[in-house]
Design a protein around this ligand. Structure first.
Ligand code: ADP
Ligand code: GN1
Ligand code: MG
Length: 368
């Protein structure tokens, strides 16, 4: 985290009216560094902004990330305006720098961006509330629909092979081989269990290779903390964290959201006895998601939604385990063994999903 003085000077680089009152870090999210800043605009009027440092280790070409986000948000906002809707909360609104750029590059070569804080909004790290789960489903389903006719060829691939499960397994196998942080012996059981799941995890990868599943414009990071909700009604407002919007599989957007939101525990739960797939939560999310997208899915997409959830859970777990073996260099950690617990947790969750696969498929069929 930067010190507040630095953030204050970053704020001055953007075209924001008013006087900075305070700035606070937001600790959610494993990748970027995010701050909330409040400005006094006079006459008892205040405005808040998000100031964010893009993680350059993860996003090697921040210019391309920003170009994607500008194109996608402009497209969504213009469509809403054409439909006569209020575009204020439908997508993120970015502020340009004082010299008209999409980001500010500081003396250390770090990239910063600024967007409007969506007022009266909340995010949830986890929830038991079926209404919020259904709204999360609707938000990501709607996002998918909004971008149905968006020209995918103008999008940059911001992280290569982001949801290439085969490559993710290769990265894990490399991390096991290198054992840089000398942690392999402690996690041998989990390594073996992940390797045993490889065939299952690669099924959709081979379906893509055989053109059995269409590539669509997808979000690719569909955690419920990437949705803003109205703090009074819990209706969804908008989807955020658009850094990974790229061509992808609808089943992976569905699946990654299920991985995060339908777990009985947190993503980094240390006690595996608490970790299961909650069918009630799964149903609420599925209901919301399918109410938005069911008419545009192919038969194969419908058949593989649950497999998408299993795949994303295993894939994410291989990434956590690889990062643990590599000495925690990718995902932000603030607890001991956090990446190991994240990896164990995804393993337990994926195994439980495999046991419940038929029940999950019955729920999907109910809402199709
Ligand atoms: P990361 O890529 O690190 O996950 P996010 O873009 O998801 O970063 O932002 C982190 C958190 O900041 C979100 O989970 C949300 O709580 C908050 N946040 C981000 N953008 C906004 C916004 N426009 N309005 C209100 N809160 C926001
Ligand atoms: C990261 O940025 P955040 O916290 O929304 C990661 C996702 C993982 C997720 C696991 C760019 O998401 O792929 O699924 O952590 N984002 C990136 O919680 O790697
Ligand atoms: Mg996020």
């Amino acid at each position: 985290m930067e010190n507040i003085k630095v953030i204050k000077s970053i704020c001055r680089q953007f075209n924001i009216d008013g006087k900075l009152v305070w700035v606070d870090p937001i600790m959610y999210g494993h990748i970027n560094s995010t701050y909330e800043a409040k400005f006094d605009c006079g006459l008892d009027h205040y405005r808040k902004y998000i100031i964010q440092k893009i993680n350059k280790e993860v996003f090697k070409k921040p210019e391309e990330v920003m170009e994607n986000i500008f194109n996608v948000t402009r497209y969504i906002i213009n469509n809403a305006i054409e439909r006569g809707e209020n575009a204020k909360t439908i997508a993120l609104h970015f502020k340009l720098t004082t010299d008209g750029k999409q980001f500010y590059i500081d003396e250390d070569g770090q990239y910063w961006r600024c967007y409007r804080f969506i007022d009266k909004s909340v995010t949830y790290q986890s929830t038991q509330n079926p209404k919020i789960l259904e709204e999360t489903g609707k938000a990501f389903g709607r996002f998918q629909n909004e971008l149905r006719d968006f020209d995918a060829t103008i999008l940059h691939e911001t992280i290569r092979d982001f949801h290439n499960t085969l490559k993710r397994y290769e990265q894990l196998e490399q991390a096991i081989k290198d054992d840089i942080a000398l942690r392999k012996t402690y996690v041998q059981k989990e390594i073996n269990e992940y390797l045993a799941l490889k065939d299952k995890a690669l099924q959709m990868h081979y379906m893509v290779a055989h053109n059995e599943l269409p590539l669509r414009v997808t979000h690719n990071d569909t955690k419920c903390n990437n949705v803003l909700f109205d703090e009074a009604t819990d209706d969804y407002l908008t989807v955020i964290d658009l850094d990974t919007v790229m061509p992808g599989l609808v089943g992976f957007d569905f699946g990654d959201a299920v991985r995060f939101a339908a777990n009985t525990a947190e993503e980094d739960e240390a006690d595996m006895a608490n970790v299961r797939l909650d069918l009630r939560k799964f149903e609420a999310f599925t209901k919301g998601f399918l109410s938005e997208v069911k008419d545009s899915l192919t038969d194969k997409e419908k058949e593989t939604l649950v497999l998408g959830a299993i795949t994303m859970t295993i894939e994410c777990g291989t990434r956590f385990l690889a990062d643990y073996l590599n000495g925690d260099t990718y995902f932000r950690v603030d607890k001991i063994n956090q990446n190991f617990n994240r990896a164990r947790c995804q393993l337990k969750l994926a195994q439980d999903m495999i046991e419940k696969e038929e029940k999950m498929n019955m729920i999907v069929r109910k809402y199709l």
